[in-house]
Design a protein around this ligand. Sequence first.
Ligand code: UD1
Length: 342
Amino acid sequence: MKKTVLVSGGAGFIGSHVTVELLEAGYEVVVADNMSNCDMTCFEGVKKITGRADLPFEKVDFCDAVATEALFDKYKIDAVIHFAAFKAVGESVDKPVMYYKNNLGSFLNVLEAAQTHGGCNVLFSSSATVYGQPEKLPVTEESPRQPATSPYGATKQMCEDILQDTVKASGGAIKGILLRYFNPIGAHPSALIGELPRGVPNNLVPFITQTAIGKRECLSIFGDDYPTPDGTCLRDYIDIVDLAKAHVFAVTRMIEGKMKKDCEVFNVGTGRPVSVMELVTAFEKVNGLKLNYKIAPRRPGDVTAVWADPTLANKELGWKATRSVEETLKAAWAWEKHLAGK
Ligand code: UD1
């Protein structure tokens, strides 16, 4: 019998890539999404890539407790991967109530449904944002979390704590894994799924690709006076397919009962710091084009540098990031061109 994984927020950027990898690894997947921040483009792309025209899709808002329970009644769910959340840092500062209500409410409903259905394996999509500006680099899972600098970041920390407490109280019925993502970028090599930001992108790579295609006039590089080798910020950019594969390893570890603790935490990154300027230059070189960019003031809230020590995930999950920044930036560009019909 195939094991079934419920992917909340499964029609979005990370969720769609994870769905592809789960299906390719032999899992059955139920994709559920309220479509608040995406359309069906990626879900249709997933069906094409995997040849699964019959892939189950449920339009569910996980803030609706009754609908969430009904989903757990309808399917026998062996694991749930919870992506369904708002993710724009700036917006969360303007609309904290909306962020807390949505990001906490949906996760609490998932956990409640897991409880009423006798337990479940729960994977939560967390973020390197929980580390703030770390005192020591690279960051390990033991590095202290810093106070959150935005309501978005606070919801990630709170959901981490909620899962830890729920697992502890469940007497083994609920198992949890927290994956802390660094900076996911790129797109599936098929160019059939990728990032689909609504409005002006907040994140660097969609802004780069939209500038290159002519949708945006000019990329602003936020600050070139940071204490880094070239003055621009350092991040750990992780290929979206590599990131998606980490979820398959984590789900399998939970389902096969290989966990060392009932709630485990893993960094999902490459261990390779790349500056904003290096990324821009690599994008130009690998795709053979010139990008219109300018140096702009620092963006409030940005940390100077953060990158992962991925040793624990490499060792325990048996997972490792394999793609070069160049390959990833090629895929991101192919996706942008696919969207433009080129
Ligand atoms: C941010 C969030 C992180 C969240 C992630 C989601 C913080 C501090 N960071 O990461 O929690 O999980 O988005 O994807 O809350 N940049 C430019 N020009 C641009 C856009 C970005 O120069 O137009 C620079 C930024 O200053 C930064 C780097 O590119 O140095 C990466 O920015 P971004 O892609 O927004 O990711 P983070 O801020 O690292």
